[in-house]
Design a protein around this ligand. Structure first.
Ligand SMILES: [Zn+2]
Length: 216
């Protein structure tokens, strides 16, 4: 099989892989799936244009957010996390995860350095901080789904994974990464399962086909 270029797979495909993790995914009408994908991507890209060239670390620090870098492996394989809990405002970056993802990408035609990955993690969390500090999470900027609780009571459900779609789009665009950040995760996870790059590309082609079948 011909090795597919990782960067060829559209952001929509990876956004779909996030959307289908939403707890309300099954309730999203089929014709609205593209809407949530597009809205999440647009929100992230819009913010990336606003903050282009800015030093995100400095911006966070000047807003009282502490950036903590950990060298020990994260027990759960986390990339990064943000905690805005009352007085404590922290972004944690896990350098060992960046190192492991970089090592996985070294075996592909598109290497990414640990430093670039750390920047990517920071940009992802910066987007979540924007959501938090503005009080308007991405899901609130998107139309809710109207559903009926127990088939009786009208209820609006927000699609929370749009925030994740946007944070990845923001970090990709802000850092000028040629591949989607989730492509890196797939390379890492499948590589750890012993899959070759060709097999990983075949899996991603499968994800692309699934997106086309589910969303187009
Ligand atoms: Zn996130």
């Amino acid at each position: 099989m011909e090795v597919m270029e990782l960067g060829r797979i559209s952001d929509e495909v990876f956004a779909y892989s996030d959307l289908k993790e939403d707890f309300a995914y099954a309730r999203i009408p089929r014709e609205k799936r593209q809407y949530y994908i597009a809205a999440g991507l647009a929100a992230g890209r819009r913010a990336a244009r606003v903050y282009r060239g800015r030093d995100l670390g400095t911006l966070l620090c000047s807003n009282g957010v502490e950036i903590r870098r950990f060298s020990d492996p994260s027990p759960s394989g986390l990339h990064s996390q943000i905690c805005c809990d009352g007085a404590a405002k922290q972004v944690d970056l896990f350098r060992d995860t960046a190192r492991q993802l970089s090592a996985a990408m070294d075996k592909t035609p598109c290497p990414v350095s640990p430093q670039e990955l750390e920047r990517l993690f920071l940009a992802h969390e910066f987007y979540h901080w924007l959501e938090y500090s503005s009080g308007a999470g991405t899901e609130l900027q998107c139309e809710p789904i109207c559903t009926k609780l127990f088939g009786l009571f009208p209820r609006q459900v927000r699609i929370r994974r749009t925030g994740e779609i946007a944070a990845f789009a923001f970090s990709k665009e802000f850092c000028g990464l040629p591949v989607h950040p989730k492509a890196i995760d797939y390379v890492f996870v499948y590589g750890r399962e012993g899959k070759s790059f060709e097999e990983i590309c075949a899996r991603l082609a499968g994800l692309e086909a699934e997106y086309q079948a589910e969303c187009l």
